[in-house]
Design a protein around this ligand. Sequence first.
Ligand SMILES: Nc1ncnc2c1ncn2[C@@H]1O[C@H](COP(=O)(O)OP(=O)(O)O)[C@@H](O)[C@H]1O
Ligand SMILES: [Mg+2]
Length: 356
Amino acid sequence: MPKKKKIVVVYDEGALDISSEVQMALNGKTEPEGNSSSKDTSMTSVIEQVDTIVEVLTEVGYNVSTLLAGADISKLMEKLREDKPDLIFNFCESIEDNSYQEMNVAGLYELLGLRYTGSGPLTLGSCLNKVRTKEILSFHKLNIAPFRVFNSPDEVLRKKMTFPVIAKPIHEDASAGITNSSVVYDRDHLQSLLSEMLKKFKQPILVEQYIEGREFNVAIVGNEELVALPVSEIDFSTMPQGYHHIVSYEAKWMPDTVEYKSTVPVCPAKISSRFQKKIQNTAIKAYQVMGCRDYARVDMRVDKNGIVHVLEVNPNPDLSPGESGFSRSAAAFGWTYGQLISNIVESAFKRSVGTY
Ligand SMILES: Nc1ncnc2c1ncn2[C@@H]1O[C@H](COP(=O)(O)OP(=O)(O)O)[C@@H](O)[C@H]1O
Ligand SMILES: [Mg+2]
């Protein structure tokens, strides 16, 4: 019998901490709330993903173990050297609350000559920086929302902008720092929002033109041959008056909030097959120009003229079973969760180590 291939799932426990800290900062709190109405599920979903991935890959016939990437990076290195996995399933999105390290961990795998799932350091770093992403996308003629970057609230007086706009911290993801108050309609409100956000997040703030319209995302799997899964739409039709049609932090992670309940993913989206192709092709181009590998999800908004704007590219998207957009899109395509994870793993095995 052939020897089972060894896969190590590497994950970090900081994923939630970053987002909840940012969220707490945004809310001006110093401690997490204990009540269930603000229950934050972003960490549970990391653990849940890891457990399920171990289960499904074991079922497929791999020899699977897990490894926590903590502050002492030499431990991770030693274990990886000892284990010599055939593949790392990379779930490490930060080290000690620092998402900037996501790309460095991938760089470490490269230095160790180890094969791993997902994008390389250059792509991970570029996609984490929303401005860098927009620069690359627009260079390749993809539509993006016009934007400005603010390091001081006073810059509002000097920079031209078309309102409404949406403000977000430049280096975050998972909607960290994005709330219903992030959309503003005039300079005065933008100025006070910026002074609050700059103080809290201690990083430049990206201010984008707010794209009024439908929101879609496309999950993609593969490398040389890409599979764009069915388009998913966020249905905002039940959002009460006074709430913007955006996927805020609450909408993404807090099931008991009105924002969560009023952002309903619909997959496949109810759109013509021509429009579906247009959205998928935009997503594929974004995936390719950002240098994504194995799997990623592209978020888009379509304005009233039918122009598809790429909001961002997520090279390390949520893969949790059932609940995540990715697994929902895979199901709409006819893949079981096990097939989705196997296809990602196979994509990583098929390409050569280190190829862009
Ligand atoms: N320019 C924009 N116009 C309209 N909505 C936006 C815009 N940028 C972001 N959003 C809303 O905010 C959400 C999160 O923004 P995104 O750029 O995808 O960041 P994150 O990495 O935090 O998911 C989007 O899903 C969308 O609902
Ligand atoms: Mg997003």
